[in-house]
Every structure is written in C-alpha cells, then in structure tokens.
Design a protein around this ligand. Structure first.
Ligand code: TMP
Length: 221
C-alpha cells in the first residue's frame, strides 16, 4: 500500500522542491518516478514530471538525435553538449517556472546522468561537464537526487531486445556508468539517496519512500 503509515503529510514538504530519479538503464527509475508522482498528487501536491533528455518540443527533437543508433560517429563532446542543450530548454521552459509556482518537480535523469555516462564511462573531464551544466541549468539544481542502483547484469536482463544508441554500448561501459553514479553519492552524500534497485518492486518502493521521507523530515542544520 502506498501511504502505509497512513500519514502522508510529510509529502507536502516537497512543495517547490526538485527531486531527480536517476540510475543505469534498466534500474526502474521511470516506473518509480511515476509511482512517486501519483503518491504526491494523491497527497495534494501539483507535480511536474520532466524527462531529460526531452520533455519539451525542442528537447524531444534533440533526444531523437541522441538516441538514434544511426549516429554511431557522434563524439562524446557533442553528446555532452546536446544533453546539456536539451536540459537548458527543459530548465527554462518547464522546471524553473514549475518550481516558481510551488510545484514538486520530478526529474527523470539530470546532470547526474551526464556525469555518469559522458564523464565516468565516456571519459569527459568532470570539470568540463560541471562547467557546461552551470550554463545549462543557470542555477537550478536538484534538491535531492535518488539513485536507483543496480549492477549491469541485472539491469541488462530488464532491457528489451531493441536497444537505443546509449543502451547498446555494452557491459563494460555500463559498469562504469554505475560506478560513476556511486562516486557521486559518496562525493555529495547530503544531496543523494541510494536505493538498492535489485530488490523486488515493493522492496525498492518502501526503501525509496522511507529514504525520501527521512530526507524531507530531517532536522535542518
Ligand atoms: P532514458 O531512456 O532513461 O530517458 O535515457 C536516455 C539515454 O540517455 C540513457 O541511455 C541514458 C542516456 N543519457 C546520457 O548518456 N547522458 C545524459 O546526460 C542523460 C540525461 C541521459
């Protein structure tokens, strides 16, 4: 049951907050995000879901270029800048206005993905990514990033047969992606929540809800 404790009032603390759900392909983050959005709406919040890359007409066009397997020659620098371009549009058109209206914004991926995929796995220097992200996000950063952690073998089993350009990069690449996420959670622990996504659906869900509740109700320093 979603509101198992019966008291979902803590969810109202998430008004005007920006939460990102991220993790390797096949981690189940999008399903978890949808379920979290439904729970927050049931508690009375207005929720905006922001899918990255994509989420806006311009962003969806950029997403098509990024994920089309035909673009095998795309360099990692181009890739990084296209993700950032899609994100800049998403921030300006959707995320910042929604936060200003006091809505809860749920991001399906964000800068954490670029640090993991183009940084840890793709080899781009972290400083370059963070520099580009400062331009793309213009000061709009997630309050909390939930990382759904799963190893590449379990994740691969959850993916379908038809892989997009990023999903098709192979096990070694995806092992580095996962390590890239975990490195971020160690480096900025107060802004991250790691959830073991290898558990069954209900196990993942209760860890996620418990973790976000603890974060939302933590004593302020
Ligand atoms: P999605 O299918 O979860 O929407 O993500 C699209 C793919 O793009 C996924 O394989 C992860 C990848 N990606 C990056 O490589 N860098 C990024 O910055 C983002 C947001 C996604």
């Amino acid at each position: 049951m979603d509101v198992s404790s019966g008291d979902s009032s803590w969810l109202l603390r998430l008004r005007g907050r920006f939460l990102v759900f991220d993790g390797p392909d096949g981690s189940g983050k999008s399903t978890a995000l949808k379920r979290f959005g439904a729970l927050a709406r049931a508690a009375g919040l207005t929720v905006t879901e922001a899918r990255d890359p994509g989420g806006t007409p311009v962003g969806e066009r950029i997403r098509e270029i990024l994920l089309d397997p035909i673009h095998a020659e795309m360099t990692v620098r181009t890739e990084m800048l296209l993700y950032m371009a899609s994100r800049a549009q998403l921030v300006d058109e959707m995320i910042r206005p929604a936060l200003a209206r006091g809505e809860l914004v749920l991001g399906d991926r964000f800068v954490s993905s670029t640090l993991a995929y183009q940084g840890a796995a793709g080899g781009m220097p972290e400083a370059d990514i963070l520099h580009a992200a400062e331009v793309a996000c213009a000061g709009t950063w997630p309050d909390l990033t939930v990382i759904l952690d799963v190893d590449e073998a379990a994740a691969a089993r959850r993916l379908g047969m038809l892989l997009d350009r990023m999903e098709a990069k192979g096990a070694a690449f995806h092992r580095k992606v996962r390590a890239g996420y975990l490195a971020q959670t160690r480096r900025w622990p107060e802004r991250h929540l790691v959830v073991d996504a290898s558990k069954d659906v209900e196990g993942v869900w209760s860890d996620l809800i418990g973790g976000v509740e603890r974060w939302a109700t933590r004593p302020k320093p």
